[in-house]
Design a protein around this ligand. Sequence first.
Ligand SMILES: [Zn+2]
Length: 563
Amino acid sequence: MSSAQVGKTELLNNACGFVIDQDPGPVLVVQPTTDLGKAWSKDRLAPMLRDSPALRGKVAEPRSRDSENTVQHKKFAGGHITIVGANAPSGLASRPIRFVFLDEVDRYPISAGSEGDPVSLAIKRAATFWNRKVLIVSTPTLVGRSRIEAEWALSDQRRYWVPCPFCGAVQTLVWQRVKFREVGLPPEEAVYQCEHCEELIPAHRKGWMLARGEWRAEAPGSGKPAGFHLNELYSPWRSWGETAVDFMAAKGSPNTLRTWINTALGEPFEEKGEAPEWEKLMLRREDYPIGRIPDGALALTGMADVQKNRIEWAVYGWGEGLECWLVDRGVIHGDTESDDKVWAALSEVTRRAYHRGDDGPGWPADAFGVDSGFLSPRVYAFCRGRERVFATDGRPGPMLPMIGRPAPQDITWQGKTVKSGVLLWPLGTFALKVWVYASLRAAIDGNVKLHFPMQCDREFYEQMTAEYLAEVERRTGIMDREWRLLKNRPNEQLDLIVGARAMAAKLGLDRYTPERWAELRAMRVPEPKPIAPASVVVAEAAAVAEASRRGAYFGGRRQGWLR
Ligand SMILES: [Zn+2]
């Protein structure tokens, strides 16, 4: 775990060079995306292979006709280096690998496609090698959401101790002891104050200190992986003054300060646990009618929350970049245990087609989740055999994907048990709530990606902001975070958007390319028609009505849409 500018990528390059020259074996290098992987291969790996005398000639130059050596695959005597993106699950799970090198893991997607955590997937490939080596490097992001922070917490936590040029006492370099204003210096001339003798160490002594330092483990223990932390104060390429100047520029806003803490100090940012203020969110409501598909929304997902005396539900629309609109919502009152009318009404809601305007094609939710936390047998029976309706179950773990692998459930219905009668879909509510709250906060800052109509009242917003991220200490002593309910606040609306977002993930919308969105738009937003003779217009209208009747609104499904 480290800041930027301390040679993190060079460490990875050196590890690759060592394998090629000294200890050949299969290597997997994972970058956050395939494009970043190719860029690393061309801009960092290739020059090293070309310019290091020990490596020159060991890997052939990539040639278009030579399948042995491409940008993403390089063969050498006794091994190969395969370079993949964490966004491409196929590359993460195939042949066995002895060296797994994972770069910038905090920028990996939560899930590699539908395959799950890309870090676990990649590490699994080394399982059969007794002499495997796994290298995980990253600049951290958010506390509790940072993969590298989690790995660091499990490691023996080594920091670099350097001696003071004045008194010789060793210490780790921390931002609190970088001094400028306090000692009458401009930020660019910042110095370091020794924590033992309190002398001010000028910036030019840094090299002397680094050369005499050593790694010390703060949490030693047998069997623990070695963990190393470095911040920018150790960087040979950045002076303390440069770091101080960056700090002065960043400290004004939480967003820039967050980036500075991540990239300069190499520490995860402690996000404020408070829920976004509902009063400010209400100011961002928009004037669009509920029950209609807003411009921009191209897919619909729904979620239903079953309580004892009612079912609350909501339908959300999704557009490019996962811009999101509340399309419709409602409450079905009645005893959910005994009143079949309640379930008949929910059935109608899941099949209800929405329209963009008065004409135009309409379609119902492409995926509709029903939370099975309460009355699960009834929910399973309801979801069984219904296309596009899915039984869901929220799971709180911070590292879980937004939607996990489904598990078959037995259902008991009218005295009979149906083995594996329905699939239960686990929802990673931690990641989903982080997404919702990040989007709500962005909306307060004026970057509105989540749209709500004027119809949403104070109660709606209070429910939407009913939880906060709490810091908790696990039995292992590791600090962890979990979502907690604010006192006595109902939270149905938060659960509903969380479920609808999970259904969007289930449809694969997170992986849609601009081209795929364009195709979906072409299917669901008809081009304005040229003025045509009345007879043609009537014929077309009849065709649209017929298509709609036949269910062609979902015709795309047959072509592999929205799966
Ligand atoms: Zn000293």
